[in-house]
Ligand binder design. Sequence first.
Ligand SMILES: Nc1nc2c(c(=O)[nH]1)N[C@H]1C(S)=C(S)[C@@H](COP(=O)(O)O)O[C@H]1N2
Ligand SMILES: [Mo]
Length: 369
Amino acid sequence: MGHDIEPMTELTLNARDDEQQWFALAKPALIRLPDAALNGETALAALDPDITPLAALFVRNNGTQPRIDSARAEDWRLRVEGEVDRPLDLTLRELRSRFPVSTLTAVIECAGNGRSFFEPPAEGLPWSLGAVGCVRWTGVRLGDVLRAAGVKASAVYSAHEGADRRIGQPERAALSRGLPIAKALAPETLIAFEANGEPLPALHGGPLRIVAPGFPGSAWQKWLTRIWVRDREHDGEKMTGSDYRVDGAVIEDMPVKSLITSPLEGFTLRAGETLRMRGHAWSGHIPLASVAVSADGGATWLQAELAPAESPFAWRRFTAEIGIVAAGPVALMARATDARGVSQPLGNARWNARGYCNNRVHRVEGLAV
Ligand SMILES: Nc1nc2c(c(=O)[nH]1)N[C@H]1C(S)=C(S)[C@@H](COP(=O)(O)O)O[C@H]1N2
Ligand SMILES: [Mo]
């Protein structure tokens, strides 16, 4: 592990901080990150299912966790304005009844996932590999809502505001990001109000959040209150400077990646046994093409089996069987390649000061006895 992580137990919490208690009760399995805001990642064992249970999905908050009255979720209001012909003011109930509702399975991944493996260390929350999950999202298409408002020719960016605030600065938004207008109008981009068939939990942005498959999690605005269609790239909180940018450009596509979910670090097996290896592989807008696996630290590789994807933005299960003949250390690796022939880096991913998009191959070590 690249950093110190402690399993979250009630003992580690300050009993007077009810936000922390809420987090512990709602997310007992998450590994809390050292931050004033609620941030926790999923242990790899819990990422093995094809669909990540909401109880295990990572949480990334830049600021406060808004208090949401879930009994009144249907009354949640969304304002749509800016470069549109007809500004809209809609409740969740109206969104649901006025627009077609659809469900899409998609990976959500924080741009900082894997940051703690950068060498030299990069600045930011020290995520290991668990700031990712694959969820069935239900909502209306952002594009349908924008078209109902009438997108003007001057529209360049869909800017999004949420209900959370900077910790200690209630007048300031915690985060306000957006999407290039083409992505906002793309059929896969949703305003979601359900996840895995349940009302969207408040920890994941309920009642309403943006779902922007292929984009980093930062673009998936939570607790959505306002859509401001703009005639330029948005410049809201954490949209400017070096936040969620590499080489000055906003991150708009997540790289090809894979994760071994079984066996886990420290496994043992008998020499002569067949090792069954499995995990998930995914990519952003460029489809995943293949996954190769190695059981000898990268000296030899074989193609893994890839299960069909539930949707173009869902992750795909890979499986492989490898005969481990000799006793001794076993170093497993998985390496995904996208349809353009780009593969995960075997060593360091391209270093950047903020530590985004680390897709270096996942290595899991064990022992044959
Ligand atoms: N309003 C708001 N939306 C937000 C954030 C936030 O801090 N505030 N964090 C973003 C980031 S950086 C990520 S990775 C995802 C995390 O979503 P999750 O907490 O549901 O896993 O939400 C995004 N949406
Ligand atoms: Mo993120």
